[in-house]
Design a protein around this ligand. Structure first.
Ligand SMILES: O=P(O)(O)OC[C@H]1O[C@](O)(COP(=O)(O)O)[C@@H](O)[C@@H]1O
Length: 270
């Protein structure tokens, strides 16, 4: 971690990264709830919301769509990724070089690291190359730190998520993106385990407005530095409303009630 290396993808030290690499990781099934999101332009439009500090996409989407948005969004180059068609031990192909990401205008790289996979050693070596090249270009480094593999029984237990965030610090990330470990105490343990490195929560599958904002509020109270989110934003008919709510919670320290109350279009659960 280098202090300040993530400045381009944070605001006031906080991040709201809009992840849109699902077409590779999960396939078009993730676009079915809001079919317009199959078109990357729709999600780049969402990414122009003030709350969004960076948009994370794969190479092909960056090449084709980022040039039309370069004045309006900050590009985070998701360097590696694997399709859901892959049935082997967790692994992730490096799909573009850091040099090429920099040439396209990226301010940061994102890299999935599956600690605990049988491919952990190769992935750590790939991360090392990418991290050092990112330093040459003054780019921030975000690790999608997702321990998983046949030896791991519970990939969201408090100890596993604390280990995930620590791996980010140990290997040289500026921000580690981790799955929510289920409680504020466990999230706090993950944040403490990362020292001065920032930890952001991963969005997960779509939940209600109130449930999602409550989890984000808990994560922030536990010391998280924000969120990297995909489906919980782009699978909503009104993604701007949830981004207004997230902006209130993450950047303005609003309560869930304040965020729901102040933001037209958001709903408390029944
Ligand atoms: O490996 P998983 O758990 O299926 O999720 C991978 C996906 O989750 C993310 O890390 C976060 O997206 P979500 O907020 O939709 O969960 C994406 O960047 C990625 O495509």
């Amino acid at each position: 971690m280098i202090p300040g290396a993530d400045d381009a993808i944070t605001r006031d030290g906080k991040a709201l990264i809009l992840a849109y690499d699902h077409g590779l990781e999960h396939g078009p099934v993730d676009f079915e709830p809001v079919p317009q999101t199959t078109d990357p332009s729709t999600v780049f439009d969402v990414g122009t919301h003030d709350a969004v500090t960076a948009i994370a996409v794969q190479k092909g989407v960056a090449e084709a769509y980022y040039p039309s948005y370069e004045d309006d969004v900050t590009l985070l180059a998701k360097l590696n990724g694997t399709s859901n068609l892959w049935m082997g031990e967790p692994d992730s192909a490096v799909n573009w070089s850091v040099d090429y990401a920099a040439e396209l205008g990226a301010d940061a790289i994102g890299f999935t690291f599956y600690g605990g996979s049988n491919h952990e050693v190769e992935m750590a070596e790939e991360f090392r190359r990418a991290q050092e090249q990112a330093r040459e270009h003054d780019m921030g480094v975000v690790m999608w730190s997702y321990p998983r593999g046949q030896g791991l029984k519970d990939d969201t237990s408090p100890d596993t998520i604390a280990y995930a965030s620590r791996l980010g610090l140990e290997l040289g990330a500026d921000i580690a993106k981790v799955k929510y470990p289920g409680s504020a105490d466990a999230m706090n343990w993950a944040v403490q385990s990362a020292g001065d490195m920032k930890v952001v929560m991963s969005g997960g599958s779509k939940t209600s407005d109130e449930a999602f904002l409550s989890t984000v509020r808990e994560a922030m109270d536990a010391g998280a530095s924000g969120l990297a989110v995909g489906r919980n934003v782009f699978q909503r008919e009104n993604p701007e409303a949830i981004l207004d709510g997230l902006e209130a919670v993450i950047f303005d320290d609003a309560s869930v009630e304040e965020a729901l109350g102040a933001t037209a279009g958001l709903e408390a659960s029944d």
